[in-house]
Structures are given as C-alpha cells and as structure tokens.
Design a protein around this ligand. Sequence first.
Ligand code: OOG
Ligand code: MG
Length: 262
Amino acid sequence: MKLDKATIEKLAEHLENCELEARDTLKITDEHPEMDWDDAYAIQDEIRRRKLARGTRIPGLKAGLTSFAKMKQMGVETPCFGFVTDYGSVPDGGEIRIDELIHPKVEPEIVFVLKHALKGPGCHIGSVLAATDFVMAGLEVIDSRYRDFKFDLKSVVADNTSAARCVVGSRIRSVDAVDLRSMGVVMEKNGEIVALGAGAAVLGHPATAVAMLANHVGARGQEIPAGAMVLSGGVTEAVAVARGDSINLRVQGLGTVGCKFV
Ligand code: OOG
Ligand code: MG
C-alpha cells in the first residue's frame, strides 16, 4: 500500500459523493500516481463500508472488463471486480432516472446466482458450475464517475468499477439447460439492434469470469456468499443512453429483460 488510511478515506468519500450527487471528477491516479492495486481495492472497500453503515445491502458482486470488446473499448487489458447495491437494482421493465446518473451506458450480461459460497484460490469453471443455482439475463448500467469515461484500471477499481444500476430478467435456468458459450445475446435500443454477441465473448466462457472473481476475493480473505448474484461482465461494448431510450435484451434460453431511461 502506498496511500495512508486518511487518504484512502478521503478518496472513497469523494468518489462516493460523486456517485450520489451525479457529478464527474478527474481520475484519481492523476493526483496519486503512486497508488497501487491494494490501495485501489481499499478505496472500493471503504465505499462499501460507508454504504453498509448507512443500511445499504449488497446483493451481489460483479466482474468487469471480461470481454475483448469491453477491454478494447476502455483501453485496458485485465478484468476488474466490484459490487452491486440494493438501490441500484431495478425491476425488469422498470424506469431508470437519467438525472441520477452522469453519462450512463448499458451492457448485456449473464448473471449467475450461487447456491454455495465460492472462495479461491483454485476456483475454475467446474467449481463455478457446481456452485451455481441458476443463471439469468441481465443489463448492467455503468456510469463511471470519471470525466468522459476516461480512466485507468486502478482508478476504475477505486470507483467500484463504474457500477450504477442493474436489471435482471425473470427467467431462470440451470447451467446444464443452456449452453453458456454459444448462447446468443441481442441488445436493442428503441427497437434497433445496437449490440450482438455470444457468451463465449466473456473470457471463452462466462463462468471463467466468476472463477476469477472467486479467486480474487479469496486472495483477500473473502468469499462470494451463497445466494449472491454475480454479473460476469459485459458481453459486448457498452452503449450510451439518453432520456427516453428503451433497452431490450434477449439472451438465448434466458428470455428478455428491459428498462427505460426517463
Ligand atoms: C468499467 C466496468 C466494466 C463490464 O461489464 O465490463 C463492466 C467500465 O467500463 O466503466 O462493468
Ligand atoms: Mg458490467
């Protein structure tokens, strides 16, 4: 760790205030170039601690930057991990207020819900499939707190990997009832197709992203708890949205999920 406790707390408060007040900021590595990975996750943990202390629930975790399309779009080469909040969870077909966000984008995701806790090291696709209760289609709304979505990986980790809102579908399937690699993903904005992909776009198999997350939290002495939902990462590039836009996602075998920006 390169940053002291007071600096970590100050940066966490700043980034969380930007989230809650929907205002942007410059990436924090500009002012703290010495910051390391432990600092970045310590800032994210402090944001989580602040939310929990206020009564926020954390229904799940997320992996991000797990597809080549996303890595290329954001100019980074490794996945990152964060958490999702209860107040960020939107019902299928629900409305998302654009004035609560800075510059939201949506991305299609395959969501895992676990029946058993997972903790690395040593988790692999098999451990994830054995621990999965069911999978669902999901839309993640990301909203980097950094101006123009310009960041490096440490800054985005500190900013809870741009997590903002998340919508999950209502059709659940066991992992052996679907083909997680070849399953097609079609996302429409206002009735027009804006992104297309297949499950394999996420690290060859989306369960790999969940295994990486389990190994990541395990290395930090934590686990993915039973019952948690896990977003395995955007299958395609994220698509910018504006007030009035409707998004509809179809995932083969998992039905549809949608939301509207108002
Ligand atoms: C970082 C978050 C990425 C995903 O699914 O790839 C993410 C960002 O692109 O702002 O959630
Ligand atoms: Mg995502």
